[in-house]
Design a protein around this ligand. Structure first.
Ligand SMILES: [Zn+2]
Length: 249
């Protein structure tokens, strides 16, 4: 079967786009000359996918085997190593490696928020100028504090941490949106409509809760190359999460 495409996007996002193998740190993104960049890392199974595979666990279901929690993000060479020499890479070690790697990626994102400024925000929302204004209206969550929204959206501690960190750049994003609105009064609506279109597309595919939030995080960084621009994309998403109904009950 293999992991689904959204699961791979989720894994790449949680891994900061970097190989999890100790000492490798290879960035696993192909920087496209035309169009969006492509994640080229592999979603390696921790407990094997098939009976003959490394670390296979007969007690697991296929859904559990292909779940993001049983996958670790690696380059092709290191994926081969962990599967060919499973004695060196037992399940417990890989689970610990995955946890450390994903925590590190999350901490790096949190730290990067303090560097978000207008130039990065400009790159992150360059797509807005070609966006039609929002036509979808939904329930208004303007008055809902972030903590309530987090509860309503069933978000994990990792996502809560990202949101809390992202809110530190909210004043910068708010100032930026105000400045852009001076130039184009439809800017806030266009910005919102771009995120809402993706939000409804993902929801239609059946994604919800934390997974939906993280896929939106990955979406907010699409096509952005530098770490600064990618963090700015995330800052915009978290700003919208706080002020409007991009997320809901
Ligand atoms: Zn590697």
């Amino acid at each position: 079967m293999g992991a689904s495409y959204p699961t791979k996007i989720l894994l790449a996002f949680r891994s900061g786009g970097i190989c999890a193998f100790p000492g490798c740190a290879k960035p696993l993104v192909y920087t496209a000359i035309v169009g969006d960049d492509t994640a080229v890392g592999e979603a390696a199974h921790i407990a094997g996918e098939k009976p003959a595979a490394a670390r296979y666990d007969a007690t697991m279901t296929d859904a559990q085997r292909d779940h993001v929690d049983n996958l670790i993000y690696m380059c092709e060479g290191d994926h081969t190593v962990i599967d060919k020499v499973p004695a060196d890479w037992p399940t417990a070690n890989l689970l610990a490696l995955k946890a450390t790697h994903e925590e590190k990626a999350s901490a790096a994102i949190a730290e990067a928020f303090s560097d978000v400024a207008f130039p990065e925000l400009q790159h992150a929302v360059a797509w807005v100028s070609s966006q039609p204004p929002a036509t979808v209206s939904g329930p208004n969550f303007d008055l809902l504090p972030p903590e309530e929204k987090i509860k309503k959206n069933d978000l994990s501690n990792g996502s809560r941490h990202t949101i809390a960190a992202g809110l530190s750049s909210r004043t910068t994003v708010a100032d930026f949106v105000a400045a852009e609105t001076q130039l184009d009064p439809d800017f806030p609506d266009k910005l919102k409509s771009g995120f809402l279109a993706e939000y409804f597309r993902l929801r239609h595919q059946g994604h919800k809760g934390n997974e939906l939030f993280e896929l939106m995080c990955a979406f907010s960084q699409r096509g952005l190359k530098s770490q600064g621009d990618r963090t700015a994309g995330l800052a915009v998403l978290i700003y919208l999460f706080e002020i409007c109904d991009v997320f809901e009950k």
